[in-house]
Design a protein around this ligand. Structure first.
Ligand code: HH2
Length: 266
């Protein structure tokens, strides 16, 4: 279970809630008490029209939080959610063990080598375009979304290998809601076993996302928890093994029950 710690003033569901380093670190500790195995710390929102963040500002936001969490929770792997190599480097220097790159190493040519040299875990998420438009529909044209996302993830995994990153350090993520309309996100979740068949562990980030709001009519992102749990359980059934969530306690309880049933299946 990957708990989300957004140190941003403008994330779509919890922007501004944990913006100070102390509040973010306290929130991270609570998520671990709730059952998080990993914490994912992000200093830049991918929300459409979010204000772009300078490298220096992103580092200023995330380093105090990573330091505080690393010293309070030395056994919990910390992940840095960034597409920028200097931000990842600062995070790694202060205790981060995983780089969660929502561009799948596309946007910063130095990211692959940095991850290889520092032997960190790497999450390769599928998206298209730049940070400012990857959560819009600007690049959401597909003949077959599953075929194309699988092919593009395969090519990101091979780029990671070419940079010297060990396959055993890599996790794939279909990028739910990134350059995808609701129908695309739903198709990808329905055929998630095709992403799992690429042979690397799969993470999904469905938490509170727009497709859940569009299915249920729930407009307030923080009220989309039941839909989040349902989507996570389906993803688990189809082979996902990591879940990036805001409400760790609810995700933990629902997925623990689902797993106890699934693991007894003949
Ligand atoms: N989704 C978001 C951000 N980072 N990383 C991965 N690997 N997978 C995801 O699905 C994913 C992600 C968007 O959610 P959130 O962090 O809540 O919002 P924001 O981008 O506004 O900070």
């Amino acid at each position: 279970m990957v708990g989300i710690v957004n140190v941003t003033p403008d994330s779509f569901s919890d922007g501004g809630d944990f913006f100070s380093p102390d509040a973010a670190a306290a929130h991270g500790r609570q998520l671990v008490a709730d059952g998080a195995d990993v914490l994912d710390i992000g200093g830049e929102s991918t929300r459409p029209n979010a204000t772009p963040v300078l490298i220096s500002e992103e580092i200023r936001r995330i380093v105090p939080v990573i330091r505080a969490l690393h010293s309070a929770l030395p056994d919990i792997p910390l992940s840095i959610d960034t597409v920028k190599a200097p931000v990842a480097e600062a995070a790694i220097a202060n205790g981060a063990a995983i780089v969660n790159d929502v561009s799948g190493l596309r946007l910063d040519p130095d990211m692959g080598a940095l991850c290889a040299e520092s032997s960190v875990g790497v999450v390769l998420m599928h998206s298209r375009g730049k940070v400012s438009d990857m959560a819009t529909y600007a690049h959401a044209e597909y003949r077959d979304v599953v075929d194309e996302v699988v092919a593009e993830l395969r090519s990101r995994a091979s780029a990671a290998r070419d940079s010297g990153i060990d396959d055993r350090s890599v996790v794939l993520d279909p990028g739910i809601g990134f350059s995808k309309r609701t129908e695309h996100s739903i198709r990808l979740l329905a055929d998630l076993d095709r992403v799992v068949a690429l042979g690397l562990p799969v993470l999904v980030g469905v938490s509170r996302k727009r497709f859940i709001g569009e299915i249920t009519g729930v407009t307030a992102a923080a009220d989309r928890e039941e839909g989040t749990m349902a989507a996570n359980v389906v993803a688990l059934t189809l082979g996902a093994r990591l879940f990036r969530v805001h409400d760790v306690r609810g995700a933990r309880r629902s997925l623990d029950v689902a797993w106890e049933i699934l693991r007894r299946k003949h």
